[in-house]
Design a protein around this ligand. Structure first.
Ligand SMILES: NC(=O)c1ccc[n+]([C@@H]2O[C@H](COP(=O)([O-])OP(=O)(O)OC[C@H]3O[C@@H](n4cnc5c(N)ncnc54)[C@H](OP(=O)(O)O)[C@@H]3O)[C@@H](O)[C@H]2O)c1
Length: 276
C-alpha cells in the first residue's frame, strides 16, 4: 500500500485514502506545495472555494507530470454560494479557477440551515450530467443526514468532518457505515496541537514513528479517508510514510480512548451561518 491506495466509494469511484489538504495554504505557496506533494506520490488534493487557492491548485495539476486522471480533486461549495441556482454558478466558478473539465468530488462545505437541501439538488444534477464523479457533504451530523436523506435521490458518498483522536466521532462513524457513507477526516492531526500526549508519545516510541504518523495510521486502520495538510516537503513525506507498520488492536483501543469530544473548530450546530 502507498499514498495512491484507494477506497471504493458507494458509487464505485475509487478515492486515494490519504490526500493533501490545502486549507490556509497561501495563494503564493499553493502551487509549489501541491507540486511537491504530487512529486512525492500524493494523488488526492482537497481544496475549496473558501480557501481561495483553487487557481493555484489547478496550475500545479497542469504543470505536474502526473496525468489529470490519476489525481483525485475535491472542492466545495461555500456557505454564501448555497441554494440551487447559486450552487450551479459556484460550481462553474470553481471549475474555471481550477481550469479543469470535471471535479472528482464536490462537497457541501457546511449544512447551511434552510439551504442545504436545495444545494444538494444542484449537486445531484451536476453528478447526473457527468460534471463531477462523486458528491458528498461536510460537517453533517446524523440529524443533518437524516434531513437530507428525506428528499435526496442520491446518498452522499462522503461526509468530511472534523475527526482526530480527541474527536473520535464513533456514533457518526457507525451511522455512516450503515448508510455506506465514507467518513473523511479534516484536521486529522488535531492541527498538531497535542502530539505530546502520553498515548501518542508511547506509541511513537513503540513503533519508531512520529505522533503524526501514528495518528494517520489509526485513521487509515479505521477505514477513514484522511487529508493532513503540510506546506513542508519533509512533513508531507513523513505523513505518507505510514504504510510500513501496523497498530495492534490494543494500540487502536488505546487511541480510541483518547477521545474527549474536543473540537479544534466550531460544532456544526453552533457555526455562525449568518456571518458566512
Ligand atoms: N470541510 C471542512 O469544513 C474542513 C475544515 C478544515 C479543514 N478541512 C480540510 O482538511 C485539511 C486538513 O485539516 P487542517 O489543515 O485544518 O489540519 P491538520 O491537517 O490536522 O493540521 C495541519 C497542521 O499540522 C502541521 N503539520 C502537518 N504535518 C505535520 C507533521 N508531520 N509534524 C508536525 N506538524 C505537522 C501543519 O503545519 P505545516 O503546514 O507548517 O507543516 C499545520 O499547522 C485542510 O487542509 C482542508 O483541506 C476541511
Amino acid at each position: 500500500m502507498n499514498a495512491a491506495s484507494t477506497l471504493t466509494l458507494s458509487n464505485g469511484v475509487k478515492i486515494p485514502q490519504l490526500g493533501l489538504g490545502v486549507y490556509k495554504v497561501e495563494e503564493a505557496d499553493t502551487k509549489e506545495t501541491v507540486m511537491t506533494a504530487l512529486e512525492l506520490g500524493y494523488r488526492h488534493i482537497d481544496t475549496a472555494s473558501f480557501y481561495e487557492n483553487e487557481k493555484e491548485v489547478g496550475e500545479a495539476i497542469r504543470e505536474s507530470e502526473v496525468p489529470r486522471e490519476e489525481i483525485f480533486i475535491t472542492t466545495k461549495v461555500w456557505n454564501d454560494e448555497q441554494g440551487y441556482a447559486e450552487t450551479l454558478i459556484a460550481f462553474e466558478r470553481s471549475l474555471e479557477k481550477l481550469q479543469l473539465d470535471y471535479i472528482d468530488l464536490y462537497l457541501i462545505h457546511w449544512p447551511v440551515p434552510g439551504k442545504f437541501q436545495d444545494t444538494w439538488r444542484a449537486l445531484e444534477d451536476l453528478y447526473k450530467h457527468g460534471r463531477v464523479r462523486a458528491i458528498g457533504v461536510c460537517n453533517f451530523q446524523e440529524h443533518h443526514l437524516d434531513q437530507l436523506l428525506e428528499t435526496a435521490e442520491i446518498t452522499p458518498v462522503v461526509d468530511q468532518v472534523e475527526f482526530h483522536p480527541r474527536l473520535y466521532q464513533k456514533e457518526l462513524v457507525d451511522y455512516c457505515a450503515k448508510k455506506d457513507i465514507k467518513v473523511e477526516a479534516w484536521a486529522p492531526l488535531g492541527r498538531a496541537r497535542y502530539f505530546d500526549s502520553p498515548v501518542l508519545q508511547s506509541l511513537s516510541e513503540k513503533h519508531k514513528k512520529t505522533p503524526a504518523q501514528i495518528i494517520i495510521r489509526w485513521e487509515l486502520q479505521h477505514g477513514i479517508i484522511t487529508i493532513p495538510k503540510s506546506t513542508k516537503r519533509k512533513r508531507q513525506k513523513e505523513n505518507m510514510e505510514v504504510f510500513d507498520f501496523e497498530l495492534s488492536p490494543e494500540d487502536m483501543n488505546e487511541m480510541d480512548e483518547m477521545n474527549r469530544n474536543e473540537r479544534q473548530s466550531k460544532h456544526p450546530d453552533d457555526f455562525p451561518y449568518d456571518e458566512s
